[in-house]
Design a protein around this ligand. Structure first.
Ligand code: PLP
Length: 454
């Protein structure tokens, strides 16, 4: 039988063949099998013509996918996408609801820059001057002066030596650990870190310690136990995207000092607006400069287009340019996106007004919702999870909200753990007081209708 078969239990799934394993044989007599979690679903004899076998395999593939989809739907965690027909902003239009002006409370557009006129103008100018894209990775012929300008701006903003751009923060997280850590090293990761960190860590060979969420004594215990590592690296989200809770970075850095460990933080939900001047979780904890490596995104507060980065010691950035696979093997950021990023940093560097307005909006929403009887997760952050706990309730709740002109989304497994379903509200600078009050009123109306509050 085929040798190239992966097993789910041991996670040695053969990615190349994406579940279709194959044996070598005569061109027209290849044997094809579909592997499911537990068994080989179908094996088509070698003598059957290739075209027939392909159709046969595809129908098996459809069957497997349909089965999985059925399970997802039965569990109430199916995620359907709503289609927006306007720019991203606090006021949007949505297919199927054109008659309504929809207030958007679920984007990461924290500073309202996604459709800011200065950002759009900068992107348009870059499109004219530099074109749509580079048709190249950075090291071949994909680096323009604006890519270097943005990297310098990012490094200066964070007060670090240098920065490296990636197509996304997911890529920045997927690429860094494999480059930095070997089997002589050890990594300590908060159990609720973002999926991209989890995937990035899977790719590296370091010894892995998963510490309990935000639990400093568990982290310390694991640091104490880990002897003989060449490098120790503590890895955490600055702000956890599902819960809006904040890593105790001050304590993490103290432990880093005590046990000789480096500290890495993902600032996707902090850069540009969190901390007094938007420098992020380090600034929030008053420890600017203590963290060793920062990854973050341009796809949320900083213009909302796309792009991610690592900023830190020069030698690390130099090494990532040589070895970081998502950097070496994926296209350069498009010039309009780069120009939007540069403009976003300029806006944040020039004034603190947007971040202050966001703090005001966050407090207004959190206070009113708590007073109305809802349980709101996290603290101090514009991510406000309205806890509902039940899968089906969350999706019905979100539909009822949309029908009344408030766009929010239910978050269920696998995005959050089973039984921790919530509607994640996110505040933006672009919301007015009236917008927030309207959203709270609608939450109260729907909450009473669905017996969430009395
Ligand atoms: N890190 C965190 C904590 C995130 O929440 C996200 C996005 O959801 C990412 C990384 C990935 O960012 P990007 O959209 O730039 O890939």
């Amino acid at each position: 039988m085929c040798q190239n078969v992966g097993t789910w239990g041991r996670r040695t799934w053969n990615k190349k063949s994406a579940g279709l394993s194959y044996c070598c044989g005569l061109q027209n007599t290849l044997s094809l099998s579909i592997i499911t979690k537990n068994s080989i679903l179908r094996t088509v004899p070698r003598c059957v013509p290739v075209l027939y076998r392909r159709a046969h395999c595809i129908s098996s593939l459809r069957e497997i996918a349909r089965e999985e989809i059925g399970k997802i739907k039965d569990s109430g965690t199916w995620k359907s996408e709503r289609v927006i027909t306007s720019k991203q902003g606090s006021l949007i239009t949505v297919v199927g609801h054109q008659q309504l002006e929809i207030l958007n409370f679920c984007s990461n557009n924290y500073l309202g820059l996604a459709s800011h006129p200065h950002i759009i103008a900068a992107a348009q100018a870059a499109l004219q001057k530099y074109g749509a894209g580079l048709s190249s990775v950075r090291f071949i012929c994909g680096t323009q002066d604006i890519h270097k300008e943005l990297e310098h701006k990012i490094a200066n903003f964070h007060g670090r030596d240098d920065a490296i751009l990636y197509p996304s923060c997911f890529d920045a997280n997927a690429g860094i650990f494999e480059v930095l850590l070997t089997d002589r090293d050890a990594v300590f990761s908060d159990e609720l870190n973002h999926a991209s960190i989890i995937d990035g860590l899977r790719l590296c060979k370091a010894r892995k310690h998963r510490y309990l969420h935000l639990n400093m004594s568990d982290l310390e215990q694991r640091l104490r136990e880990e002897k003989n590592a060449r490098l120790k690296l503590i890895v955490t989200d600055g702000v956890f995207s599902m819960d809006g809770d904040i890593a105790p970075l001050d304590k993490i850095c103290e432990l880093g000092d005590k046990y000789n460990a480096l500290v890495f933080v993902d600032e996707a939900h902090a850069t540009g607006f969190f901390g007094k001047t938007g420098r992020g979780t380090e600034e929030y904890h008053n420890i600017i400069g203590k963290v060793d490596i920062i990854n973050s995104t341009l796809g949320k507060a900083m213009g909302g287009a796309s792009g991610g980065y690592t900023t830190g010691p020069k030698e690390l950035i130099d090494l990532l340019r040589q070895r970081g696979r998502p950097y070496l093997f994926s296209n350069s950021l498009p010039p309009p996106v780069v120009a939007a990023g540069i403009k976003a940093f300029d806006i944040v560097l020039n004034s603190n007004n947007l971040a202050e307005r966001l703090r005001h909006n966050t407090k207004r929403f959190r206070d009113a919702m708590t007073k109305a009887g809802f349980t709101i997760g996290g603290s101090d952050h514009p991510i406000c999870p309205v806890m509902l706990y039940e899968e089906r309730l969350a999706s019905v709740f979100a539909d009822e909200m949309l029908a009344r002109g408030i766009y929010v989304i239910g978050f269920s497994y696998p995005v959050v753990p089973n039984g921790k379903t919530r509607i994640r509200v996110q505040l933006s600078t672009s919301h007015s007081d009236e917008d927030i009050d309207k959203a709270v009123n609608v939450f109260v109306e729907v909450g009473k209708k669905l017996d969430v509050i009395s």
